[in-house]
Structures are given as structure tokens and as C-alpha cells.
Design a binder for this molecule. Structure first.
Ligand code: ADP
Ligand code: 5GP
Length: 215
């Protein structure tokens, strides 16, 4: 099936901070570069190495509020003291042209996307860490946040984990390669969902005409 004759998916990846969302999002896009990454807008300051317009659109609180006021966000939330939101613009065009859009959002964002008009086209996946000790080790090994920020993210991690059962799929991200394979399997299968294949209706109609002709 080519991307031209299917409808794209809104692929939502959530997890407590440090469980591996960004790493797996990168791997998924390396596997299929037609997947569009939804670049969120945020009021938080960039981490070392983060590029404006690539990792996030870094905006002021005033700019963020103006986008929300103008109805430009598909969803938005307050996380760790900052605002985060997914701009609407790229999503509709991408999915109608058969491209999947990947969202790295928290449980509040996932819930809002699922409840939006595009809800039937979502695929939501939650990543769990193998243990809390390992989650902290990963946050520390990333080397991008202060001890204070890491402590705050650890404190919030249970809040995020407690929403695990609202997702279509839940993966324990223990071995990275194995999680990547399971993620690709889930995406490949969900692309075949009936709703993602609008041309099936015509195909079945053609089968019916052919059936009527020969019977
Ligand atoms: P998130 O985007 O969920 O905050 P990251 O993708 O930044 O998390 O991952 C946090 C850290 O953990 C990174 O240094 C990353 O390389 C590492 N990591 C991710 N998945 C695994 C894994 N399965 N095993 C070991 N380390 C991992
Ligand atoms: P970070 O600051 O580590 O990049 O992200 C912190 C948290 O905000 C993560 O749980 C991430 O999934 C979430 N997040 C990032 N972008 C968005 C967004 O656009 N909307 C929502 N709701 N959450 C987001």
C-alpha cells in the first residue's frame, strides 16, 4: 500500500520523562522518513544542542497564549511549569496525503488528541521504564538537566505513569532494539486498519459489481 492511498495516523508516544520517547521517535523516523514529526511549541528554555524549529518552537508565554487564542493548537498543556502544545497546521494536510504524524506529548496532550475530530486516526503508545532506578539513571545519563530539574521530573514521573492504561499499546522499554522492533510492528499493523484505507470502499464496490456481473 502506498502512502497516496491511505490516510495517515496520528502516532502518539508518551512516557515519564527519561523512559526513551525521543530516542525511539528518532529511530522510527530513521526507519521511515515519510513520518512527519510534530514539532511542539514550548515556553521552556532550550537544552544544550536543541535547535529552534527542529526539536521545538521555543516561544514566549505571550506568543504561546496568542497561538492558543487563535485556535492554532491541536492540544496544549502545562507540564513541569512550562507550556507545551502541538500546532495544528501540519497535521491535517499530512494525514490527508497519507503521511503519519508523530507526537511526543504527555498524557494530557494524548487525551486531547484522542478527543479531537482526528481521534479515530490516532495510535497511542505508552513507554514504561523497566524500573524507577533505571529511569533515574537514564535521566542522569542524558546529562542535559540540572539535579533540581531531574528531581522534579522524577517526582512527576508517577503522575505520568498512572495514565498508562489510557493507551492503545504499552511497551516496557528495556532493550532499546527490541522496543524499536515492537514499535515498528505496531505502526505497520495499524496502518492496515480499515479506517486508514479509504479506498477499500471503492474496492469492495468494484468487487460487488464484478460479483453481480458473473452471477
Ligand atoms: P525521553 O524523551 O522519554 O525523555 P530519552 O529518549 O531522552 O527520553 O532517553 C533518556 C536517556 O535514556 C537517553 O540518554 C537515552 O539514550 C537513554 N535510553 C533510552 N532508551 C534506553 C534503553 N532502552 N536502554 C538504555 N538507555 C536508554
Ligand atoms: P521535555 O521538556 O523533556 O522536552 O518534555 C517534557 C514533557 O512535555 C514530556 O512528557 C513531553 O512528552 C511533553 N511534551 C512535549 N511537547 C508537548 C506538547 O506539544 N504537548 C503536550 N501536551 N506535552 C508535550
Amino acid at each position: 500500500m502506498t502512502s497516496a492511498n491511505r490516510r495517515g495516523l496520528l502516532i502518539i508516544l508518551s512516557s515519564p520523562s527519561g523512559a526513551g520517547k525521543s530516542t525511539l521517535a528518532k529511530r522510527l523516523r530513521a526507519w521511515d522518513d515519510s513520518i512527519v514529526f510534530s514539532v511542539s511549541a514550548t515556553t521552556r528554555t532550550p537544552r544544550p544542542g536543541e535547535v529552534n524549529g527542529v526539536d521545538y518552537h521555543f516561544v514566549s508565554q505571550e506568543e504561546f497564549k496568542a497561538i492558543v487564542r487563535d485556535g492554532g493548537m491541536l492540544e496544549h498543556a502545562h507540564v513541569f511549569g512550562n507550556f507545551y502544545g502541538s500546532p495544528k497546521a501540519v497535521v491535517q494536510d499530512a494525514i490527508e496525503s497519507g503521511q503519519d504524524v508523530l507526537f511526543d506529548v504527555d498524557w494530557q496532550g494524548a487525551q486531547q488528541i484522542r478527543n479531537s475530530a482526528l481521534g479515530p486516526h490516532t495510535l497511542s503508545i505508552f513507554l514504561l521504564p523497566p524500573s524507577i532506578i533505571e529511569l533515574r539513571r537514564r535521566l542522569e545519563s542524558r546529562g542535559q538537566d540540572s539535579a533540581e530539574t531531574i528531581a522534579r521530573r522524577m517526582q512527576k514521573s508517577w503522575d505520568e505513569i498512572s495514565h498508562w492504561d489510557g493507551y492503545d499499546f504499552v511497551l516496557v522499554n528495556d532493550d532499546l532494539d527490541a522496543t524499536e522492533e515492537r514499535l515498528k510492528t505496531i505502526v505497520s499493523a495499524t496502518r492496515l486498519r480499515r479506517l486508514q484505507q479509504p479506498e477499500l470502499t471503492d474496492h469492495v464496490r468494484n468487487l460487488q459489481s464484478e460479483f453481480d456481473e458473473i452471477s
